[in-house]
Design a protein around this ligand. Structure first.
Ligand code: ADP
Ligand code: ZN
Length: 750
């Protein structure tokens, strides 16, 4: 007897149990059930009702036990294509997640179901009204009604003029009640119907603007990339363009070309770069073709934007990391701007890297992946230098604008000279000049929040988080100490809780610099931008608008002020302390510092007036800082690649990690060591992989959980990943480690 069998990926399957499970499709569901649709199935011994997705429908099962049956089909249409289902399998293999983890990441949250199988958001539609009779008849009817039912008459008048109108607007404009409209419907004069509506983020789309006229240098780069993008072959290209060289203008032209060819484009940008300014720029060229996918949209908006992409109504997808899953098809090009940014790597399940997903999609769809950056990832640059990526350069700023003149200030000297503050004499003078000239300045602090520690002047006591191995940070806005890892907060005491000594507020943070500036320049307005001031939704944009429109003299901020911002009147940028990110104990530390400093400095002098920058540091001789000050990426790359070669770090090898976490530190450590030994046992003979650890993460305890890691350096391939996956599964299954969380990760950020 032939049976209909569905292969299903199940959400309740843990990593080590994850595989396609066979279920019978009962006859009454046979018509409805197709691959890419979600279902409810009974799972495991308890037959718990669980969500799953149909991967394939066949007639056979190699499972020798009686099959359980699918309970319900949740979707009416497939939510994922077969191509996307294959991507889920790629992600499982590459990023050590379950197929369902990958599936969930690909769908907008508005499409997820709750436990009862209810959708998070509904499709939205609006009621429309149109004439059901021809216009002459309607006109006659209007005249007849004008005395007794003026409401109905004015509805008919509107409909004669506008053909179809949303009912809501119709009633509003004519000032009539709904029963007037219903009466017309009943009389057969008006038809009411539902039209699909989209919740869209507020974007003002004005007149379509002509594409920017490219400079000869931009034109050449555009021609080269466009030629590759039109080959319909899988490939990758790196565009190295210094800040302000006009990469965005090149992207706009490339996108226009792909649209003309009937292809869709995905443009990924780092979280902080997706400003209204940026969306506005693209919307002014591509109008409603632009769909924005971003975490700060409401679930409804996100779902509707996704739907516009899926139905082909929007073919220019602009978004952050997860927009790489946008159902754009046929795909012509994926662009990743500021490709070195670590926000493209997810540190939550599934722990994917958007760049790898993009590469996979481009390979499967036969299209080009374009990586753009002013400070490329050293690994990407290496690929470009080896000819694995096509390589393009924009060496000049648009309009031949000079790069800012940069000065490095030695803060040790300042300290010796008696200045214990965070603003050097030189930076102070430059700020003064700008204030006098009515020009604006941006100061950058490489730390989150207010970041002040409270410490006892007598015994050295520092407030620590009871759940994490970090110090608490003081926030003056609410006079509380806060943990940036778990959110724990408490009030500070009047005196040291240990010895009763006087408490001191130390460290540099945005709040403190703000205070210092107000003392240095009384009466001058200072705008602060950090995680505290931008917490309410939309305040990020409001602050930037204020900075621009009110020409506020000084803006102080964290990472948020480094990227994408384009203010003509900003002619001075100050880096309060360039040292903080250099010693992060990660092979990318140098690259990150270089990138950060270059980006900040690049905010200066983007208008007519030349820009300046001041970099303050305790290590003025540091090579990375010197190179960043000169904005000399090629020099940085040359020295960095030598260091990587010596350290045997990427691109000369690749990195996998197995992380173990749990409440009992010793148990965590021992499990991590056992994993290391097990891996050595398997890979030991093979000289190509080096195994290190267990090492604590840079913050060892978060939320009472200790975290240790074993690292595997080697040439990555399916074999090595398979070995690591096998060991992780083995330990996950082992009862003695049941209290621990164990997972593998591909090139983690930490
Ligand atoms: P990047 O992304 O490389 O840092 P942008 O694309 O933001 O540089 O360009 C910097 C500035 O130069 C922007 O204000 C942009 O509008 C302007 N610009 C760049 N290229 C052109 C062009 N071809 N025509 C007009 N303006 C341009
Ligand atoms: Zn904490």
């Amino acid at each position: 007897m032939s049976r209909t069998v569905a292969k299903i990926a199940v959400s309740a399957a843990t990593y080590w149990l994850d595989k396609p499970y066979d279920y019978l499709i009962p006859p009454e569901l046979e018509e409805k059930a197709r691959p890419g649709m979600r279902v409810h199935v009974p799972f495991s011994r308890g037959n718990r009702r669980t969500e799953g997705i149909i991967l394939a429908v066949t007639e056979h099962s190699s499972y020798d036990q009686p099959l359980k049956a699918v309970l319900t089909v949740l979707d009416e249409e497939p939510v994922l294509s077969e191509k996307q289902l294959r991507l889920a399998f790629f992600m499982r293999e590459r990023f050590f997640c379950t197929v369902y983890d990958a599936v969930r990441a690909m769908l907008p949250a508005g499409l997820w179901f709750d436990e009862e199988g209810r959708r998070r958001t509904r499709d939205k539609s609006i009621e429309m009204a149109r004439l059901a009779i021809d216009p002459e008849e309607a006109e006659a009817l209007r005249a007849a009604k004008s005395m007794r039912s003026p409401g109905q008459a004015s509805i008919l008048e509107q409909l004669c003029a506008f053909e179809c109108v949303p009912s809501h607007d119709l009633l509003l404009h004519t000032g009539t009640k709904r029963n007037a409209l219903k009466a017309l419907e009943k009389a057969g004069a008006v038809e009411l119907y539902q039209k699909e509506a989209y919740r869209r983020p507020q974007i003002h789309i004005g007149e379509k603007e002509p594409l920017p006229v490219l400079t000869p240098e931009q034109e050449k780069v555009f021609d080269g990339i466009d030629a590759l993008a039109r080959e319909d072959r899988a490939g990758a290209a790196l565009l190295f363009g210094i800040t302000g060289s006009g990469k965005t203008s090149v992207y706009i032209h490339l996108i226009a070309r792909q649209l003309a060819r009937g292809r869709a484009v995905i443009l990924l940008v780092p979280e902080i770069a997706l400003t209204p300014q940026m969306i506005q720029t693209f919307s002014s060229h591509f109008g409603d073709e632009v769909a924005v996918l971003h975490s700060s949209l409401s679930a409804g908006e996100r779902y509707d934007e996704w739907k516009r992409v899926k139905t082909g109504k929007a073919r220019v997808v602009i978004g952050t990391r997860s927009a790489v899953f946008a159902p754009a098809d046929p795909l012509g090009l994926i662009i990743i701007d500021e490709e070195q940014e670590e926000t493209y790597k997810s540190e939550n399940i599934p722990r994917y890297n958007a760049r790898d997903v993009a590469k996979y999609r481009c390979a499967k769809d036969g299209c080009l992946l374009l990586l753009g950056s002013a400070t490329p990832d050293v690994v990407s640059m290496h690929s470009a230098m080896n000819g694995r990526y096509a390589y393009f350069e924009l060496k000049n700023r648009f309009n031949e604008r000079e790069l800012p003149a940069v000065e490095i200030v030695d803060m040790k000297q300042e300290l010796r000279g008696g200045n214990g503050g965070s603003i050097s004499g030189h930076l102070r003078e430059e700020l003064q000049k700008n204030i006098e000239r009515g020009e604006q300045s941006i100061l950058f602090i490489n730390r989150r929040g207010a970041n002040r520690l409270i410490s006892c002047g007598e015994c050295g006591f520092v407030y620590k988080c009871p759940r994490c191995s970090v110090s608490l940070t003081y926030h003056s806005t609410n006079h509380r100490l806060l943990c940036h890892y778990c959110g724990y907060s408490q009030r500070p005491d009047e005196a040291c809780p240990e010895c009763g000594g006087a408490l001191k507020y130390i460290g540099v943070g945005t709040q403190m610099v703000e205070t210092e500036l107000k003392e240095l320049f009384p009466g001058v307005e200072v705008l602060r931008m950090d995680a505290d001031t931008v917490a309410p939704a939309g305040s990020h944009e409001k602050l930037l608008d204020r900075f621009r429109n009110e020409k506020i003299p000084i803006m102080v901020g964290t990472q948020m002020v480094t990227k994408g911002l384009n203010f003509e009147n900003v002619t001075l940028v100050g880096v309060i302390s360039a040292d903080q990110s250099l010693y992060a104990g990660n092979y990318r530390a140098g690259e990150r510092s270089f990138s950060l400093i270059t980006q900040v400095v690049g905010r200066s002098g983007r208008g007519e007036k030349p820009g300046r920058a001041v970099i303050q540091t305790f290590t003025p001789e540091n090579e990375t800082i010197v190179q960043a000050a000169k904005q000399d990426y090629p020099a940085f790359y040359r020295s960095e690649i030598e260091i990587r070669k010596l350290q045997h770090s990427p691109p000369f090898c690749e990195l996998l990690a197995v992380t173990v976490s749990g409440m009992n530190e010793e148990h965590v450590y021992l499990a991590c060591r056992a994993i290391r030994l097990r891996l050595e046992g398997i890979l030991g003979k093979d000289q190509s992989a080096e195994i290190l650890g267990p090492a604590p993460l840079s913050v060892v305890k978060v939320n009472n959980r200790y975290r240790y890691r074993t690292m595997i350096y080697g040439r990555q391939n399916a074999g090595l990943r398979g070995t690591v996956a096998g060991v992780v599964m083995e330990f996950c299954r082992d009862r003695q480690y049941a209290d621990l969380a164990i997972y593998a990760d591909n090139d983690p950020n930490d």
